[in-house]
Design a protein. Sequence first.
Length: 471
Amino acid sequence: MNKRFTMLFTIAAVAVMGATLFGSTYTQTQISGQSLDMSSMDMDMMDKIRQMGGLQLVMPQAFAETDCGVLADSGRNVVEFNLTGESVSLPIMGGESYNAMTFNGQVPGPTLRVTQGDVVKMTLTIPADEITGHGNDMHASQMTALAFDSVNPGETSQYCYIAESAGVFKYHCSGVHLAGMDAHVLSGMYGIAIVDPANGYKKLMVEKTSGSGEMNRVFYDADALEFTLQFNQLYLDENGNYDMSKMMAHQNTATVINGMQFGYTPNMAHNLLVKGDVDTNFFLVQPWKGLELKQYQSQLLYVENDQHVRLFIENQGNEPVFFHIVGEILDRVTQGNRVQSAATETWLLGGSQNMIVDLVFDEPGVYALVNHDYAAIYSGGLGLFVAGDPFNLNPTLVEKGIISEPVASYAYVLGNPSDAVPPMGLNSIAHPAINIHGLYTDDVASEMQASGLIPLWEVIPVVAEILTAES
Ligand SMILES: [Cu+2]
């Protein structure tokens, strides 16, 4: 064979082989597209990954000391964070309940607040009678959940880390060796850690023409009235158990903010104050308004006008959050101590993403905070801020002797809901009063009452009697 024929043969062979290879690959891809069959999934997969060490390639020692003994002696401020994994039954809208998994008998779990550079000493205890083991993954730690693994019933385990970066960070149960993590988190085992910047928060600048047409630039001190809002979903079957197939199909049964659907909407006290009658609703959605609901009775979020308000917001869930406040503009959006936007109408949070929103409510009014996805709004992703005295209640409250002088927000009368109020930090304005509200077990609510928080279900009848008494 001469050289020319050899060349032709080679080109032809490559062409035929190529057509065979690529052709067959293409055809195979088309044919083998398959739907996910849950019943055939290998549930030992996480164990196998763990045995291979694949997910442990990032070792915590690579970036920060994590030895509790060494850190305790480091001279840094050590903050202890004690969590208990507990499966309990908690209410959902409509008088039903669901089988929740919790940290410390509440959803979300307690909020941790530290200053950048502090040492966090996290201890997870699983009671002996708990039905399953649990883990803990704190995103503020930059440690893989597998470095801590999971804790069995009847056992306690601990890890330490330095909170190196400022911002909001979720924490969540990591299941049993990572298996069932989705079930545990979406059943309630989540919370946040707020890491205040070492040098505190920045002043807030708000630029508006403020009606005059002239540019008006106002600076607000870094100190702010603060709230936490954590968005999530429930995926439940008819027995109130987590339904993985619904999660895989993104068909949630409820959208929750701090664990509850429509948890920040009016209750009977608000109806009484605004409409003069406990049974006359002044807002279309009031699913939690009865006194018998105690800690589950809905509450509103009260702010003053012209006050710097700071919101710590986390998307704990499986769906996007389009965070918006109807009638307001988000004056500043910060993530990881870096400003992302100013004067924005809506900000998008993907799963396990967070932000700090700074804003000022200029005018008295009722402002709805929403996940601006209509399906989320209708399934529970809505709550209300009330700024100032939009219902002009001050004269009546003073006249009846409930308050001695006009107040700048109704929080001075009714308090703000405990589950939306974070622990005090570097630049916190104290809430005038705090009432007991949240997806808590009765034991947790009783402890809060003993610690001095306001049980509104006991206060409302007294206020009602004063308001309705003949003068
Ligand atoms: Cu768990």
